[in-house]
Design a protein around this ligand. Structure first.
Ligand code: RB5
Length: 148
């Protein structure tokens, strides 16, 4: 599984911890930045990773900002992106089983590193359930088509 990673300055430290987790668990990833705690604008970083997922270059994305909300809003502007902001692992599991979420967003100022890494684990290991949920995703796709 190929993973696209990005954060703003607020999420930089947690992104580094996520990279260590991915390396230790054999995942392949690309870090789209940011690479320091110098202030940057979260939509720019969210766009870099989310557009790579949208193009199919990566299977999943993980985005981090202070709350996880800004990067989630930005990523969900891209057609085909289903970004889920998760602060606990139940939502992470359902985001995969029910919503086939392709991007996880985390808030580094809200969620501690231990819980964040558990959320990452669940998000990456949980498959989409399909079935009745597929029809609902088709309806979301139709909404995207209607709005374009
Ligand atoms: C940066 O200060 C902060 O606004 C950003 O990380 C994020 O929380 C936005 O949603």
């Amino acid at each position: 599984m190929r993973i696209a990673l990005a954060s703003d300055h607020a999420g930089f430290a947690l992104k580094e911890k996520i990279k260590t987790y991915l390396e230790e668990n054999g995942y392949s990833y690309h870090d789209f930045g940011t690479f320091s705690q110098e202030p940057v604008d979260y939509p720019d970083l969210a766009y870099l990773a989310a557009s790579a997922v949208q193009k199919g270059e990566y299977d999943r994305g993980i985005l981090v900002c202070g709350t996880g909300i800004g990067v989630c809003i930005a990523a969900n502007k891209l057609r085909g992106i289903r970004a889920a902001h998760c602060g606990e692992s139940y939502s992470a599991r359902c985001s995969r089983e029910h919503n086939d979420a392709n991007i996880l967003t985390l808030g580094s100022r809200v969620t501690g590193a231990g819980l964040a890494l558990e959320i990452v684990r669940v998000f990456l290991e949980t498959p989409f359930e399909g079935g009745r949920h597929s029809l609902r995703l088709e309806k979301i796709q139709k909404l995207e088509e209607a709005l374009s």
